[in-house]
Design a protein around this ligand. Structure first.
Ligand SMILES: Nc1nc2c(ncn2[C@@H]2O[C@H](COP(=O)(O)OP(=O)(O)OP(=O)(O)O)[C@@H](O)[C@H]2O)c(=O)[nH]1
Ligand SMILES: [Mg+2]
Length: 443
């Protein structure tokens, strides 16, 4: 993080660069209030404002310069606000030329444009949040579904931090016992029993937290679902039904969809990219054949393939596996084999069951009801948590085979290191750079 000068006063547009009713410009750094009071119609009011209050006035282009905009300024004194340093938030009018004038004027006053993520980085530096919370800010902003937004918010509020902290404290106590034993081993060899049960509990808690990544990623990044099957089985009809709009052309002519169509939707709260594809059949038409090739590529990349079968002429059916759902279509016309999933896109029969099955197949069941469960979304956190759980697993094996304690302590130390990296106490600089770049929404 060398490129960040931590004493500068920084500013950035916090809202998108687009015409809007209002726009917010954030400023942070010691002395920003004094500096900006020289360009404000009510300097005294601004300087004397208490923490977390707002001041109305006019922003001018430097001392005694022309008025740039009528604004409302939220004031945060040192130790408060998002960055925990002196900060101001200007709510201006969202005119692009107006914003351009204000931002240039701020630069002329000697402040500099914030780097992406720099406000969050300062919040982290001042202990306002730990690394899991800083990551949650980005995850919250980027969330694509209500569930992932709610999960990220809970992490921002510290749910993940607390869980890691709890495991860390338990591990630290355990390590302290081991250290004492190592230091005074010669005096007290006999009456030390390794707290195996405690260690197993910590390992389990970390492994469980790590395993929530699959669900977190699903709600955060979404899934690719491909509708496939022979021509005319009703893929486009189902596509339109799931999207709740008429996007894809439906007709009783075989080979209607020749190129694939994709669209985003939510299925049981999961962000899904849905693909309607060209029906699979032997075709002499070069364009249709190219479409079929693309269908095959999409099937290869899908998280889930819904393979529709029209019971009238059952052709090739792929083998069932966890990535392939065989669904019999047009159940209003044909009877599906016993026990198979059947739908009618025309009457709506079976659609609810299909949607539930999709969510189940994607793995959404886990954690969707237990809201007290903290769910992670970051690959970094997943790797560190599973690494810590594995190190504790190895420690347990060593304990069981009566290996000397100092070797066990190495594994415990590794787990401790991972937990420290998770919360940001001992995180290498290059990882911090990665995490804090690209946070700035308005840039
Ligand atoms: N009765 C009945 N007809 C349906 C149902 N679903 C689709 N169809 C009809 O079946 C025909 C083919 O539907 P499409 O959705 O275009 O089929 P497709 O699989 O996309 O076909 P291609 O794009 O040619 O591969 C249309 O005439 C639809 O109205 C259903 O559930 N019941
Ligand atoms: Mg079609």
């Amino acid at each position: 993080m060398e490129s960040y000068n931590r004493d500068d006063i920084i500013f950035a547009l916090a809202t998108p660069w687009a015409q809007s009713a209002l726009a917010v410009i954030r400023v942070s750094g010691e002395g920003c209030r004094q500096l900006l009071s020289t360009s404000f119609s009510r300097p005294k009011a601004l300087l004397e404002a208490k923490n977390a209050t707002v001041v109305h006035g006019y922003l001018t282009d430097g001392p005694k310069g022309p008025v740039l905009d009528e604004v409302v300024v939220a004031v945060y004194t040192q130790g408060h606000g998002y960055t925990a340093e002196e900060a101001l938030e200007f709510t201006c009018h969202g005119s692009l030329p107006g914003l351009r004038r204000i931002l240039s004027s701020f630069k002329r006053l000697g402040m500099r444009n914030a780097e992406g993520g720099e406000f969050t980085f300062r919040a982290f530096l001042h202990g306002r949040m730990d690394l899991t919370q800083a990551e949650a800010v980005q995850e919250l902003i980027a969330s694509q579904s209500e569930r992932s937004q709610a999960l990220a918010l809970s992490r921002l509020e510290g749910s993940l931090k607390q869980q890691i902290q709890a495991s860390k404290e338990k591990l630290l106590t355990l390590l302290a016992h081991v250290e004492v034993q190592l230091d005074y081993a010669e005096d007290e060899v006999d009456d030390f029993t390794f707290p195996r049960q405690e260690l197993e509990e910590i390992r389990q808690a970390l492994a469980l937290l790590s395993s929530t990544y699959a669900v977190g990623r699903l709600y955060g990044q979404g899934a690719r679902i491909v509708l496939a099957g022979a021509t005319n089985v009703g893929k486009s009809t189902l596509f339109n039904l799931l999207l709740k709009q008429d996007r894809s052309i439906v007709s009783d002519i075989k080979g209607t969809t020749r190129d694939y169509i994709e669209a985003d939707c939510l299925i049981e709260g999961i962000p899904v990219r849905l693909y309607d594809t060209a029906g699979l059949r032997e075709s002499l038409d070069t364009i249709e054949s190219a479409g079929i090739q693309k269908t095959e590529q999409l099937i290869g990349q899908a998280d889930l393939v819904i393979f529709l079968v029209d019971s009238s002429e059952v052709g090739h059916i792929p083998p069932k596996d966890e990535r392939t759902l065989i669904v019999y279509s047009k159940s209003d016309l044909f009877k599906a084999p016993e026990g198979e999933l059947a739908i009618s896109a025309q009457s709506g029969h079976g659609i609810r069951a299909l949607v539930a099955e999709i969510a189940k197949r994607l793995g959404a069941g886990f954690g969707s009801t237990g809201d007290e469960l903290v769910i992670i979304e970051s690959e970094r956190q997943h790797l560190l948590l599973s690494g810590a759980a594995q190190a504790l697993g190895r420690a347990l094996t060593l304990v069981d085979t009566d290996v000397p304690l100092d070797i066990v302590a190495v594994e415990l130390g590794e787990a401790m290191q991972n937990l420290g990296e998770l919360t940001g106490e001992v995180t290498p600089a290059d990882i911090l750079t990665k995490i804090f770049s690209g946070f700035c929404v308005g840039k």
